[in-house]
Write a protein that binds this ligand. Structure first.
Ligand code: ATP
Ligand code: MG
Ligand code: FE
Length: 336
């Protein structure tokens, strides 16, 4: 089965051809990061306009690299939420047009289900059930993946998402957008124990997260240094902040896996590409005898291969959307 995946929920225009849900024949991503860097974040109006400009080219390239034509496809999978409404609409309209013209099944995919599914791509042995920590720019969830596309949410962030915290702290220390990869890199030159930042846990909700206190602690530290004219070592701030996030992410995921007797743990979303997190989680899983799964960096951040994979499993379950499929900017995980 060949599925064309399309993704345009934020600032990546992406298309991919995926075979039987696990084999990526092509994975084309046109990133708008340079455009948005000018403004220090994603500007929705610019994002939609750029998606319109790029989408046909990206799809053509994905088909070409896979060595297939639209006639070879068995279905079209497209992200229809959550995300920026104007950005989502570009992918959804395009997918509907192709599905209509070629009489192909149309499968709307939840973007976060896509992030989780990225783990299937390089791990032919990974099958539900497993524990998954979803750590992206807009989401932080600890879930049990009960079956393909079926989730039990154990915990979520009460305020900022993990990626959002990286982006905000990066901006505060002058690293610019997007902050995650920049903090990851700078941290390698810093001391993760230089500054004692808080590790927050939410009382009565053992699997929930909270990152806004940590973000404030970093901002307060920077302000205090400015007031007292104390020199700031950005690498130490980055490394100490990152260590605090990593400690919380590892602790919560491992505790969840242990409590629910899960023998497999996966991570998903942009923050899952963080080197320090991958290393710490791998060590913890080794200690706990838990099988640890994580996607290659290119499948952690937004891409269409993960959407093609998620769409394939939805296809097998019989999920089909009509040509009235609409973008749902605040689509919740587990909703249709
Ligand atoms: P969502 O998927 O929740 O809708 P999104 O699509 O914007 O949000 P992703 O593409 O999954 O998010 O990931 C982007 C986020 O991941 C950004 O916040 C970015 O800073 C963060 N990120 C990317 N690489 C790294 C890294 N190496 N270390 C830490 N964070 C990272
Ligand atoms: Mg992005
Ligand atoms: Fe994403």
């Amino acid at each position: 089965r060949l599925i064309l995946g399309i993704e345009s929920s934020c600032d990546e225009t992406a298309a991919a051809v995926v075979k039987n849900g696990r084999v990526v024949l092509s994975n084309v991503i046109s990133s708008q990061i340079d455009l948005h860097t000018l403004y220090g974040g994603v500007v929705p109006e610019i994002a939609s306009r750029k998606h319109i400009e790029k989408i046909n080219q990206v799809i053509e390239e994905a088909l070409k690299q896979a060595g297939v034509t639209l006639d070879d496809l068995d279905g079209i999978g497209v992200t229809y939420g959550p995300g920026l409404v104007g950005a989502l609409l570009v992918g959804v309209a395009e997918a509907k047009a192709i599905a209509y013209a070629r009489r192909l099944p149309l499968i709307g995919v939840h973007h976060i289900e896509g992030h989780v599914s990225a783990n299937y791509i390089e791990h032919p042995d990974l099958e539900p059930p497993f524990m998954c920590e979803i750590i992206s720019g807009g989401h932080t969830h600890l879930v049990i993946v009960k079956d393909y596309g079926s989730f039990e949410i154990l915990g979520r962030t009460r305020d900022d998402a993990a990626g959002e915290a990286f982006d905000k702290v990066a901006r505060a220390i002058g690293l610019g957008y997007p902050g995650g990869p920049k903090i990851d890199k700078l941290s390698r030159e810093g001391n993760p124990t230089a500054i004692a930042f808080p590790r927050a846990h939410v009382e009565e909700a053992p699997y929930d997260f909270s990152f806004s206190g940590l973000k404030s602690a970093v901002l307060n530290y920077l302000n205090k240094c400015h007031m007292t004219q104390e020199a700031i070592c950005e690498a130490d701030v980055a490394a100490s902040f990152q260590q605090a996030v990593v400690d919380v992410l590892v602790d919560t995921a491992i505790r969840g896996a242990r409590d629910y007797h899960m023998t497999k743990l996966a991570i998903a979303g942009g923050v899952a590409s963080n080197q320090s997190l991958r290393k710490a989680m791998a060590e913890a899983c080794e200690r706990e005898k838990i099988e640890f799964y994580y996607p290659s960096p290119v499948f952690c951040t937004d891409n269409a291969a993960m959407i093609g994979t998620a769409a394939y499993y939805e296809f097998l379950k019989g999920t089909r959307h009509g040509l009235d499929l609409n973008a749902v900017p605040n689509l919740k995980l587990g909703e249709r």
